[in-house]
Design a protein around this ligand. Structure first.
Ligand code: TYC
Length: 122
């Protein structure tokens, strides 16, 4: 048996995103876009000052593991030396944790007490 549609279906009207839409009956349809994803929490790697780790070692560590040039690494090291701590870089949680381990492994191997940690960025 063959059925034939008497009318071709018309697609429903589409409202511009976020704007209310008037239908034929004059009623208002509100369309709300729910935010489903937020950007991932980022983590800053903070290095701590101590009285024993040589300045040059800290500069090299910052250059090597945080991809800074010598001038920038020196400025970060001096900030840590003067303020007690400083941010070396901001990363995803896993990458920040890896950087902390890399720094601490290098410091222990060289016999220095250098400490660093990662913390969520505000
Ligand atoms: N305070 C150290 C010194 O005078 C240098 C230093 C800087 C150590 C930064 C650690 O995270 C640090 N030799």
């Amino acid at each position: 048996m063959i059925f034939m549609a008497s009318q071709t279906p018309t697609p429903p009207p589409v409202a511009p995103k976020g704007k209310p839409m008037e239908d034929d009956g004059g009623s208002v349809v509100a369309e709300k876009q729910l935010q489903k994803t937020k950007p991932p929490q980022m983590y800053q790697v903070v290095m701590l000052n101590d009285d024993y780790t040589p300045m040059e070692f800290v500069v090299v560590v910052i250059q090597e593991f945080f991809n800074k040039d010598k001038e920038t690494a020196t400025q970060i090291m001096l900030k840590i030396h003067l303020d007690g701590k400083g941010v070396c870089g901001v990363y995803s949680k896993d990458v920040a944790a890896t950087k902390v381990h890399q720094v601490q492994d290098a410091a222990r191997q060289a016999g220095h007490p250098l400490q660093c940690l990662s913390e969520p960025v505000e």
